[in-house]
Design a protein around this ligand. Structure first.
Ligand code: YXS
Length: 259
């Protein structure tokens, strides 16, 4: 079974997450197919991408496949991990990527959604950022993706509580572009993609890339980078990190001790 479906509609590439049984958890296999799909559409010069799950799902994506997270002692969110490569592929894709979101978006799924250029949701959509629930030290690129989308106090609340925020709050904060009913969202998102497709692809693509470069333009010193990486290492070497992963695998609540 393909974990991801693709379809070309006019000049728009549609990518559908197709593993509802596992709540579209971002396993290496699924993410690999997603990256292949983006590469395929890049070669076809599509004017926009729509990234969606199957119509009517309750969970858009449950985030990183927790069963594939490494045990203690290895950075779980390293530069070459599939999910990191996917995030960069979306951000660097030469045409806008529109996320069409129904249902819950969790953890790494939330970063995937927020790496997209525009987000349109149904009223039941929710967004949760979950590393603290699992004892995961979030990576710098991920934090930057969130900081570019979410006002800082809200990003902090989401990171510290790991509680989902509802679609209406996300829209009020300007994180998402529109809320549409399940009946109208598909037509609406296609019309958005078509109006982008009617414009100059070179102009759109250069503005997208310029905005990406500008929004990550704040330089940090090598010392500061190493300091943050050192802080993260304390977390992924910890008992608590292992406890978070073990608890998910054993289907129980984690008990964190702060070590
Ligand atoms: O028991 P089976 O084999 O049917 O499998 C179950 C779940 O174990 C599986 N599944 C997952 N497998 C791996 N990784 C996941 N993230 C994941 N989520 C779900 O899918 C099958 C159906 O799940 P079930 O029965 O729980 O479905 P539900 O509809 O009752 O509940 C849906 C959720 C999404 C509320 C629930 O599955 C859930 O809480 N999932 C974990 C959400 C989460 O914490 N995601 C964060 C993943 S870690 C991550 O993204 C980064 C490391 S970070 O957090 O740092 O951003």
């Amino acid at each position: 079974m393909s974990l991801v479906l693709t379809e070309l509609k006019d000049s728009t590439g549609v990518i559908t997450l197709n593993n509802s049984e596992k709540r579209n958890a971002l396993s290496d296999a699924l993410v690999h197919e997603l990256i292949d799909a983006l590469n395929g559409f890049r070669a076809q010069n599509v004017r926009a991408i729509i990234l969606r799950a199957m119509p009517g799902v309750r969970v858009w994506s449950a985030g990183h496949d927790i069963t594939e997270l490494p045990n203690r002692g290895r950075d779980p969110l390293g530069w070459y991990d599939q999910l990191r490569i996917l995030i960069r592929s979306i951000q660097e894709f030469p045409a806008p990527v529109i996320a069409l979101i129904e249902g819950g978006v969790w953890g790494g799924g939330c970063e995937v959604a927020m790496a997209c250029d525009m987000l349109v949701t149904t009223p039941d959509a929710t967004f949760a950022i979950t590393p603290a629930k699992l004892g995961v030290p979030y990576n710098l690129g991920g934090l930057l993706t969130l900081m570019n989308m979410i006002p800082l106090p809200i990003a902090k609340e989401m990171l510290f509580t790991a509680r989902p925020i509802p679609a209406e709050q996300a829209w009020n904060l300007g994180i998402t572009n529109y809320i549409k009913s399940p009946e109208e969202i598909e037509d609406f998102v296609f019309s958005l993609a078509l109006s982008i497709g009617a414009n100059s692809p070179l102009s759109v693509s250069v503005m997208k890339e310029s905005l990406r470069l500008l929004s990550s333009a704040s330089a940090i010193t090598p010392e500061l980078f190493e300091r943050i990486q050192g802080l993260r290492r304390v977390v992924y070497d910890s008992d608590d990190y292992q406890e978070g992963i073990d608890a998910f695998r054993q289907k129980r609540k984690p008990v964190f001790c702060g070590k």
